[in-house]
Design a protein around this ligand. Structure first.
Ligand code: GAR
Length: 207
C-alpha cells in the first residue's frame, strides 16, 4: 500500500475527489496518509480532518524563499514516507531538490490542456480568464509529472471540455473541474499506485 501525500493551498475539491476515490475503492494500492497545506486555514485541511486524515501546515510565507521552503518540504515528505505526491491545487513551485528526490512520483493537476495556458503565473482562475480571452472553444485539464520545469513534465492524462458561449471564468472553472479534473486526477493517481505508468524518451505511457 503506497503512502499518498497530497499538497494543497485552497479549497481542496481535487483532494475531495481523491478521498472519495479511495473510499469507493477506486484507488486500491494507495491510502492518503497525509495532507500538507502551504496556507493556514485552507478549507482542504478541514476536508482532511473530516475523513481522519493527518493535516500538516507548512506556510509558504514563513520562509524567505523558495529554496528554504523546498528544503523544509523535502524533510516533511521524507519523514512522512511519501511514495506518491499529488499537487492538488498547490500554488507553490518547489525547487529542483524536491523534484530530484521523487522522480516520477509527483503529479500535478493543471486546469488547461498543456501546452496551452500553462507555465509560471498560470494558476487557478487566471488560466480560465486567459482561455476565454483567447476565445478557445475547447479547454480541459491535464495531469502530468512534476519536474523542475513548471508544468513541463511528462503528460499522463488529459481530458477536453467544451467552452460555452456565455461562460465566465467561474463557470468554466467549475465545468473543467467537474468534467475533467475530478476524474483524471484520481485515475492518474490510481495508475501510479498500480505502477502502470512507464516513462520512455521523456514521455509517459499507461501500461
Ligand atoms: C484547480 O482548478 C487546480 O487545477 C488549479 O487550482 C484549482 C484548485 O482547486 N491548480 C492550478 O492552477 C495549479 N497550476 P481545489 O483547491 O478546489 O482543488
Amino acid at each position: 500500500m503506497k503512502n499518498i501525500v497530497v499538497l494543497v493551498s485552497g479549497g481542496g475539491t481535487n483532494l475531495q475527489a481523491l478521498i472519495d476515490a479511495v473510499e469507493r475503492g477506486e484507488i486500491k494500492n494507495g491510502r492518503i496518509s497525509c495532507v500538507i497545506s502551504s496556507r493556514e486555514g485552507a478549507f482542504a485541511l478541514e476536508r482532511a480532518a473530516m475523513h481522519g486524515i493527518k493535516g500538516i501546515v507548512l506556510p509558504r510565507r514563513s520562509f524567505p524563499d523558495s529554496e528554504s521552503y523546498s528544503e523544509a518540504m523535502l524533510e516533511v515528505l521524507k519523514s512522512e514516507k511519501a511514495d506518491v505526491i499529488v499537487y492538488a491545487g498547490f500554488m507553490t513551485i518547489l525547487s529542483k531538490c524536491v523534484c530530484d528526490a521523487f522522480p516520477y512520483k509527483m503529479v500535478n493537476v493543471h486546469p488547461a490542456l498543456i501546452p496551452s495556458f500553462c507555465g509560471k503565473g498560470y494558476y487557478g482562475l487566471r488560466v480560465h480568464e486567459e482561455a476565454l480571452a483567447r476565445g478557445v472553444k475547447v479547454t480541459g485539464a491535464t495531469v502530468h509529472f512534476v519536474t523542475d520545469v513548471c508544468d513541463g513534465g511528462p503528460i499522463i492524462l488529459q481530458k477536453a471540455v467544451n467552452v460555452e458561449k456565455d461562460d465566465t471564468p467561474e463557470t468554466l472553472q467549475r465545468r473543467v473541474m467537474e468534467q475533467a479534473e475530478w476524474k483524471i486526477l484520481p485515475e492518474a493517481v490510481s495508475l501510479l499506485c498500480d505502477d502502470r505508468i512507464e516513462i520512455k524518451d521523456g514521455r509517459a505511457y499507461v501500461i
